[in-house]
Design a binder for this molecule. Structure first.
Ligand SMILES: *Cc1c(COP(=O)(O)O)cnc(C)c1O
Ligand SMILES: [Zn+2]
Length: 397
């Protein structure tokens, strides 16, 4: 597992201490804060041509800006997903252009693969024999897949509400699965308990490993290149823990600071109104969320009542001049079926929160008539076909 030349190490986002990536593997040894990979940007010799000359196939084409080399990565060709122009949606939203970044085309059907590819590469580098995490479903499926590819055992803790496809595929990938009655917090507690008894298990949990948001940076790099190096005006993202949002914001700062692009896109967190701690904190002007009391939404991937890295998410929203929006499950499922009917694209139920949020933002007058809006479709509808079809049934269709 080779590290890349510009990769310096890990910096704590709270106390700013820096660490060697072989000495510190997860949270900050000093204060428990999130660790963030850092690079010597001055040593990087990249321009637009560097990337233009490469095949648009996997996210590892940006290896200079990732911690590990493409050659040493645990990879299945994740990333390199299409950015699909949606003219009907643009008309409906009253903006210049709408693009959907279609992450459903990843190896296990969601953008979680970008994060797990880097996290499991780190696990292999550190000699892990077992990886573990709690997940609403998609991250667990993805971790089991990448661990299988690396010859590592996986231990996946899922809430009973996780979707059938996730549960089935963790087993199919050979993962060890624990289903916990309840919701993500209950699965998290079971995972913590199990970690306590297995010192050698290597966590690939959200913001416990420093590498999942690092992998998700690549969604932004790709988007900008697909837009011929134009920075989109708005990016709308279905937000749970906010890993992808934090990663894309970091990527936008990197491309700007490297002189590859001008400016930052306004980042928007879209949540379901049955679990919207980030939206509430944003609206109340707070720097950190308060846990959501009784989370309840059909969007399992974003039903995260206590997102530990909310300060990073809120920073990204404010620094980029973006915002936060919550819509109801009814509106979200309407949006998912509407996009499928009008544009052909299949959005997962969770992901449709981004489309629904974009509609709500447009109705609030947040977008300008010439804006370019990018909506993240974080996962395939195949895993949620039953949920989307049942929504039609509830309307007598
Ligand atoms: C995990 C997940 C999300 C939320 O991702 P975060 O980065 O944790 O906010 C959104 N959509 C889908 C399909 C997911 O699986
Ligand atoms: Zn620290």
């Amino acid at each position: 597992m080779e590290t890349t030349p510009a990769f310096e190490g890990l910096r704590c986002v709270d106390c700013e201490a820096t660490f060697d990536p072989d000495a510190a593997t997860h949270r900050c040894p000093d204060c428990g804060g999130v660790l963030d990979p850092t690079y010597d940007y001055d040593a990087l010799d990249v321009d637009r041509g560097t990337f233009a000359g490469r095949r648009f196939d996997t996210m590892w084409r940006y290896e200079e800006l990732l911690p590990f080399t493409a050659e040493s990565a645990v990879s299945m060709g994740e990333g390199g997903t299409p950015l699909v122009e949606c003219p009907t949606l643009a008309d409906e939203l009253g903006v210049g252009e709408v693009y959907v970044k279609d992450e459903g085309r990843n190896p296990t059907g969601t953008f979680k693969d970008r994060g797990q590819s880097v996290a499991v590469t780190a696990a292999a580098r550190h000699g892990a024999g077992d990886v573990a995490l709690a997940s609403a479903g998609n991250a667990g499926q993805s971790a089991a897949a990448y661990a299988g590819r690396a010859g590592i055992d996986s231990h996946v803790f899922l809430p009973s509400r996780a979707g059938f496809a996730n549960k089935a595929m963790v087993n199919v990938h050979g993962g060890d699965m624990t289903i916990v009655e309840g919701r993500i917090g209950d699965a998290g507690a079971a995972y913590e308990h199990a970690m306590g008894g297995h010192e050698d298990w290597y966590s690939v949990q959200t913001f416990v490993t420093p590498y999942r948001h690092e992998g998700k940076k690549t969604m932004y790099y790709e988007t900008v290149e697909q837009l011929d190096w134009e920075v989109p005006d708005r990016v709308v993202y279905p937000t749970g823990g906010g890993v992808g949002l934090v990663g894309m914001h970091k990527a936008a700062e990197e491309f700007r600071d490297l002189g590859l692009t001008d400016g930052l896109p306004a980042m928007y967190a879209a949540q379901a109104d049955g679990c919207a701690p980030v939206v509430r904190a944003f609206e109340e002007g707070r720097d950190v969320h308060e846990p959501w009391d009784a989370p309840d939404t059909i969007c399992g991937g974003i039903e995260i009542p206590d997102p530990g890295a909310s300060p990073l998410v809120l920073d990204a929203l404010r620094e980029s001049g973006g915002g936060a929006v919550a819509t109801s499950d009814e509106e979200i499922l309407d949006a998912g079926t509407r996009v499928a009917a009008h544009e052909g694209l299949e959005m997962g139920a969770t992901c449709a929160a981004a489309a629904s949020g974009a509609w709500a933002l447009a109705e609030d007058g947040e977008f300008g008539p010439d804006d370019t809006v990018v909506v993240l479709n974080t996962g395939t509808a195949n895993k949620d076909a039953d949920v989307l079809r049942s929504h039609l049934m509830s309307k007598g269709i």
